[in-house]
Design a protein around this ligand. Structure first.
Ligand code: TXA
Ligand code: MG
Length: 331
């Protein structure tokens, strides 16, 4: 039975904090996508996340913090990482850092790696939950592994039916709608492991003179899977096949439009942004894919989207949604 989401009132957030301390799972909104949280210092609780998502245990989790000081208690922040954190936290930037030797986080959140990915969400509910819980919260996106991320509480309820999920806190749709940008810092280089809510241009304005940003998005300079284990080729995938860069959709296709759609298409259509606005398109992307997936169309045709700014992250997700599937999720 799917769980019914409940409104994220102060009282419900307090209750959710108690569930987290007791080792249960809680789904909650962030400014990017909904997260599936557990006490990151409790190995059994973290294991429940992997089970509830059907996630391979080689794929490490992001750990949320309230501020820079809390991040420093778990990991070492080299100067450039600290600079990024001061500029973009709280917000949509996740930084992969070396764990401290006395790091109290479960090894399972790092999937055995010496690093941990740290994020500081800005969403009111995520921050209030962090304060109430008092423990570090491990929180991947609250979708079934490999599926489209959840940008509404109803998406979580449809995807996660594990009894360990004690509560889904509902605070409406996520304002950004696309996951955080994940970077690692090596000396003067900021390497983008997953493009996301914070764009390269935004990072370029704060990293300072000698530092530089390297992006290796799948299909451009190779696959990033080796350094960010979750960046598998097929991911963020609806059940239907997704076809990219379509300007003339077939009659049996559902259309994921951007800008002015081609005339004469009578099938289902979701327009990510009639005005061609990438911020609006990012916010609608995952809900749009879920909506078209629920239609009777045979496949989903996506119109071309420019690769600038947030378009880099949108195209990264669409490319993975369109990639060949290792196992047919419909079977
Ligand atoms: O916006 C977001 O980041 C959302 C919200 C809920 O916070 N979370 C999210 O988590 O997207 P998830 O688990 O769906 O994606 C996290 C990615 C995965 O691709 C994982 O492989 C990578 O982060 N990751 C986590 N820890 C890592 C590490 N230590 N080194 C490299 N990559 C890591
Ligand atoms: Mg995810």
């Amino acid at each position: 039975m799917p769980l019914t989401p409940i409104t994220a009132t102060d009282a419900n957030i307090r209750l959710a904090g108690e569930h987290l301390r007791a080792g249960q799972l809680i789904a909650f909104p962030t400014e990017t996508v909904y997260g599936l949280g557990a006490d990151a210092s409790n190995g059994e609780a973290v294991a429940r996340i992997f089970a509830a998502k059907g996630r391979p245990t080689f794929n490490p989790l992001i750990v949320n913090v309230l501020d820079l000081k809390m991040a420093q208690s778990f990991a070492h922040l080299p100067p450039l990482a600290e600079r990024l954190a001061m500029a973009f936290w709280p917000g949509g930037l996740t930084i992969v850092l070396d764990r401290r030797s006395n790091c109290p986080l479960s090894d399972l959140v790092s999937a055995g790696l010496p690093s941990v990915a740290i994020r500081c969400p800005s969403h009111r509910v995520a921050r209030a939950l962090q304060r109430e819980a008092g423990c570090p919260i491990a929180a991947p996106s609250a979708n079934r592994s490999g599926h489209v991320s959840a940008t509404a509480a109803s998406h979580v309820a449809a995807d996660i039916t594990d009894p360990a999920l004690a509560m889904i806190l509902d605070d409406g749709p996520c304002p950004l709608g696309i996951e955080s940008t994940i970077v690692e810092v090596r000396g003067d280089v900021v390497r983008v492991l997953r493009p996301g809510a914070v764009t390269n241009d935004e990072m370029a304005t704060v990293i300072g003179g000698t530092a530089r940003i390297e992006t290796s998005v799948s299909g451009e300079t190779g696959n990033t899977a080796r350094s960010s284990p979750g960046q598998l080729e097929s991911h963020y995938a609806p059940r239907k096949a997704v076809i990219l860069n379509v300007s003339a959709p077939l009659p049996d296709q559902a259309l994921l439009a951007f800008g002015k759609p081609p005339s004469g298409h009578n099938g289902p259509i979701v327009n990510l942004s009639p005005d061609g606005n990438l911020v609006e398109a990012a916010a609608r992307l995952f809900a749009g894919l879920r909506e078209l997936d629920g239609t009777s169309a045979l496949s989903i045709a996506a119109m071309p989207i420019p690769g600038t700014g947030l378009g880099l992250a949108i195209n990264d997700r669409l490319k993975r949604a369109a990639a060949p599937r290792p196992v047919d999720p419909a079977k």
